[in-house]
Design a protein around this ligand. Structure first.
Ligand SMILES: [Zn+2]
Ligand SMILES: [Zn+2]
Length: 260
């Protein structure tokens, strides 16, 4: 890989390393582009709900942005550094989320739909389910997100863990892949899933993605700096892609939502 757009930092409370640690590792690993996409802060505004402890707080966003901005300048001659977030699409909060991200100069977003609805009271999308209604909701919500045209790629689209009827899974996977194709949004084969032997990447999903002619990209989804040189998972992901007939992109065409 010469570019990675899926990188977390200690700010999300379940990763280690600060921005500089990741940049140094990326340079050593020979990456030409390093995009930071820590979990977006999620403000529930007047709901009175506490933010989930899996991401930075809204108050931490300016510090995250400032740190990346200064590293981008410092390392300008060695590596291209981008300021992004892994954002959820929660219809109720999305317009205000966009205002917050733009006000802080966030350049791009990748979609990571870890919860449904507006997050509050919803189970993790990766929890096993046989319920076709949950699968359908996931796909519909992600399609709506892709229709905004704001996401540069879709991280682990196969995070939904449907263990019911394979025919239903294939039908819904196809609906999602067609939307990705229609909106020109690359789908990410997630290397964290490979590293941690999670239920994704899901080969059944990627076969459908290939049939639908989707674009794909690999993402380290790094939660610690050394994962920016995780060649083992990269090799496995490339094998999976090749066996499905997919040729991953080397770089993303960033859909700029703001200026650093
Ligand atoms: Zn994620
Ligand atoms: Zn991630």
């Amino acid at each position: 890989m010469i570019a990675n757009y899926h990188t977390h930092t200690y700010r999300c409370r379940h990763a280690v390393g600060d921005e500089r640690d990741y940049v140094k590792r990326a340079v050593r690993a020979g990456l030409r582009i390093l995009g930071f996409s820590d979990h977006t802060p999620q403000d529930y505004f007047d709901s009175g709900e506490e933010t989930l402890p899996i991401r930075m707080s809204p108050e931490e966003l300016p510090g995250y942005a400032a740190s990346i901005r200064s590293l981008a300048e410092e390392y300008r001659d060695r590596i291209e550094i981008l300021l992004g977030v892994e954002a959820e699409y929660y219809p109720k909060y999305f317009p205000r989320l966009m205002d917050m991200l733009r006000a802080n100069g966030v350049q791009y977003m990748i979609l990571g739909q870890h919860f449904l609805g507006n997050e509050i009271g919803e189970p993790y999308s990766g929890r096993p389910t046989r319920d076709a209604a949950i699968l359908g909701r996931y796909v519909s919500q992600c399609c709506e997100a892709l229709d905004t045209g704001l996401f540069s790629c879709f991280a682990h689209p196969d995070l939904i863990n449907f263990v019911g009827d394979p025919a239903i899974f294939e039908r819904e996977a196809r609906r999602l892949c067609r939307k990705a194709k229609e909106t020109g949004t690359p789908l990410e084969i997630n290397l964290l899933g490979i590293r941690e032997r999670r239920h994704y990447p899901n080969e059944r999903f990627w076969r459908v993605a290939a049939e639908e002619g989707c674009q794909v990209i690999l993402g380290y989804d790094a939660h610690c700096p050394k994962e920016l040189a995780d060649r083992r998972s990269e090799t496995k992901a490339l094998k999976l892609a090749a066996s499905c007939g997919l040729q991953p992109l080397e770089t993303l065409e960033i859909r700029r939502i703001g200026t650093l």
